[in-house]
Design a protein around this ligand. Structure first.
Ligand code: ADP
Ligand code: ZN
Length: 518
């Protein structure tokens, strides 16, 4: 067979032409160079190492994190006539020996392995004598200690650099902001000049963010307009995935839960149903996702705040891989922000890492609270330029903004006057001049800020409060009773009184997505 990439593209995969930077990357690796490939999910990363492995002598070693996913890939490749195998703990001793023999006799094109398997001394020793055409490291962001999906075994893959100095290494990921990219390239000694970073835009995905009011009702409204479509609802906790799945089932959806606490069998069965059956809603923690190869996922909902922009981009990237319109809807509320801040502060991580995580959280909040195009914020985070997209909630329905400096001053003063230990409901009642028994008992009906905020309603004050929390002016003690206090940035604000642009709270309305809502 001729070692021509295009030939393999036609003969093995049945495609006519390469997409994006595939041709360039493949030629580069076929020639024996290393590569670092960043492409959005669905961009066609697999071909970037599979075809070079077919073109070059020996087997391509593919390091991939999930065994289930590996088996799927191997089956698909075998059906296309590629000699592929996976070496994992599920194989019996004799089967494993057969894989080794095939590898050593040159009868394999691709060999998949999880990092744990690969890193065993026995495996590495035996691999040293085997003919390898290249080493592909899929989901390479897992080696980033500061990334959202760190796997310690991945970190140890740098031993391959010394063990196989002559073999091209190709690291691939869908998600990498600039620091993560730099970390991957340097850790695996790939060389900056070998980076191929494709555009990040997924124009068919519509991004929207909604404030949490009554999340169940809001979610049902969204889903009712999409009955019969496949989608994913991400939740923060295992328990919540089960609760939400139950609610959805009670409302006539086919919803399945998925989280790491479930039995492996149930988990895999649910994943298969989602993959094969149309119209299934998967209610999952982030344990669900890597390697889902379902082209027609029509929506991804975040019922809770995701962990970072990278995580959000990757999770929403599972929608619309077929290029048809898809939706990404994220819910968030003040408590999400405060909880996340607390998790970071109270973790055992070193200070440098905490600062990094806070910065990542700020970037995500910037996305949630932006008054400009959402896609622009996302792409900007990854270093791509773009104009307003015309296909996000903000572009389609721009929010009104107002100079919120006075409102912020009132709110901060009120938190101060009441002793910086009461929660949002109490502080807002004082602002509104709505005395209750507790307010009277505490004498808060006679503080100077009592009743100075009647120009806004309760819902607007909540929105203002959330924006001040998001901007770091107010701290909420979520571990205790939700008591609010003024953050250092809030003190600076009170001293300097800079202008402060805030968005006007949108009245909940029946938008396009809600036509069948009650
Ligand atoms: P990624 O790993 O980047 O998420 P995949 O490699 O799984 O993406 O590819 C996504 C889908 O696009 C797959 O179904 C794949 O077969 C298809 N694909 C990849 N390259 C091409 C191409 N050049 N032409 C047509 N389809 C392609
Ligand atoms: Zn936009």
């Amino acid at each position: 067979m001729p070692a021509d990439p295009l030939h393999f593209l036609n003969a093995v995969y049945g495609y006519d032409s390469f997409r994006g930077r595939q041709a360039e990357i493949i030629a580069h690796v076929v020639a024996g160079a290393h590569a670092f490939v960043v492409m959005p999910t669905g961009g066609g990363k697999s071909l970037c190492y599979q075809i070079p492995a077919l073109c070059r002598n020996g087997a391509g070693l593919v390091v991939s994190p999930l065994i289930a996913l590996m088996d799927d890939q191997v089956t698909a490749l075998a059906q296309a006539g590629v000699r592929a195998a996976a070496l994992n703990s599920r194989l019996a001793g004799a089967e494993r020996e057969q894989v080794w023999r095939d590898l050593e006799s040159g009868a394999l094109d691709l060999l998949y392995m999880a990092p744990e398997t690969l890193l065993r001394p026995g495996t590495l020793n035996r691999l040293k004598g085997a003919p390898l055409s290249l080493i592909a490291i899929d989901e390479a962001h897992c080696l980033s200690q500061w990334g959202h999906d760190f796997r310690p075994e991945y970190r140890a893959l740098d031993c391959l650099v010394d063990l196989f100095p002559e073999t091209p290494r190709i690291a691939l990921t869908a998600t990498a902001d600039a620091p993560t990219r730099a970390e991957i390239v340097s850790h695996l000694k790939i060389g900056e000049e070998n980076s191929f970073v494709a555009g990040f835009d997924r124009p068919n995905i519509r991004y929207s963010v909604a404030e949490k009011r009554d999340t169940t009702r809001q979610m049902l409204q969204f889903l009712n307009a999409r009955k019969g479509e496949s989608g994913i609802v991400y939740c923060l906790s295992k328990r919540k995935t089960e609760e939400v799945a139950e609610t959805l089932n009670a409302h006539g959806f086919t919803a399945l839960a998925y989280h790491a606490g479930m039995e492996m069998k149930t988990r895999e069965a649910n994943q298969r149903r989602f993959q094969l059956e149309p119209g299934v809603v998967m209610v999952a923690t982030i344990a669900f996702g890597m390697g889902i190869d379902k082209p027609d996922v029509r929506f991804v909902v975040h019922a809770d705040l995701p962990s970072s922009i990278e995580a959000y981009y990757q999770e929403t990237g599972r929608a619309g891989r077929d290029g048809l319109p898809a939706e990404a809807l994220m819910f968030y509320g003040a408590r999400d922000i405060s909880l996340r801040r607390m998790f970071i502060d109270e973790s055992d991580a070193p200070d440098a890492r905490k600062r990094m995580e806070h910065a990542k959280l700020e970037a995500l909040l910037g996305f949630a609270e932006t008054c400009g195009c959402r896609r622009r914020v996302l792409l900007d985070y990854f270093g791509d330029d773009s104009g307003p997209c015309g296909n996000c909630d903000i572009c389609l329905d721009p929010p009104e903004t107002f100079d919120g400096a006075l409102a912020a001053q009132k709110l901060l003063s009120c938190i101060y006057r009441t002793g910086e230990r009461f929660g949002q409901a109490h502080v807002i009642s004082v602002l509104l001049g709505e005395a209750d028994e507790r307010i009277e008992r505490l004498g808060h009906d006679s503080v100077s800020t009592f009743g100075i905020g009647k120009e806004h309603g309760r819902a607007s004050w909540r929105s203002i409060m959330r924006q001040l929390i998001a901007q770091g002016l107010v701290t909420a003690d979520v571990a205790g009773h939700g008591g609010l206090s003024i953050a250092p940035k809030g003190r600076d604000f009170l001293r300097d009184k800079p202008p402060l642009n805030l968005r006007v709270l949108k009245k909940p309305k029946r938008g396009k997505g809600a036509k069948q809502g009650k």
